[in-house]
Unconditional design. Sequence first.
Length: 192
Amino acid sequence: MSRPCGDDVPFGTRDETAGSVVVTAVWVMLPTYLPNSVAVLVGGGRPIDGGRTWHGTRLLGDGKTWRGAGGGFLAGALLALVLNRIGATRSAALPVFPRRAAVTLPAGAMLGDIGGSFLKRRLGRERGAPVPVLDQLGFAVGALVLTRALAPAWFRSTFTDSVLVATVVLTPVLHVLSNVAAYLVGVKGVPW
Ligand code: CTP
Ligand code: MG
């Protein structure tokens, strides 16, 4: 049976157990998490800021490239479509990504990450310097804000208060773990 995918058709109320909240939070954020990892893998080349500076400091820096942002976005959007296929055959309780959310979650993640770099440069932090909280949550805030703005009905029905809390708590943990893993396998130069 196919399930509704439009932003105007929320997927209905769920019974919220702690387990279902965590599963929903992780599932729904996967297209937000993947872009950062893919950006690290495929990134490089022309920086988004084109080398431009503001008050003597780079706008974004060499760590934000078109290839990284584009590749990360495509990977996240594709993952949302794949998750829809997997979820449809597994459980009716798993959230389905309407096309709009499949775009806004990864696009917002990349924009949030770029916004984070903009702030880091304004704070005088070099490319790659860790800025706790901003590094771990900037991309998630970008994804949530853009999705809330462009797919409001789906956002409201998916991100219940408890799912939002789980998202905010789990995101930094998953981000740190994935960065440490990328560092250990040699994909990333620093573990943050
Ligand atoms: N990357 C990229 N394009 C992006 C995001 C990331 O090419 N839009 C690549 C870059 O090679 C970057 C690496 O992924 O160095 C790690 O990403 P991130 O930690 O977000 O960047 P930093 O190098 O730490 O730069 P910043 O201090 O600006 O966050
Ligand atoms: Mg970094």
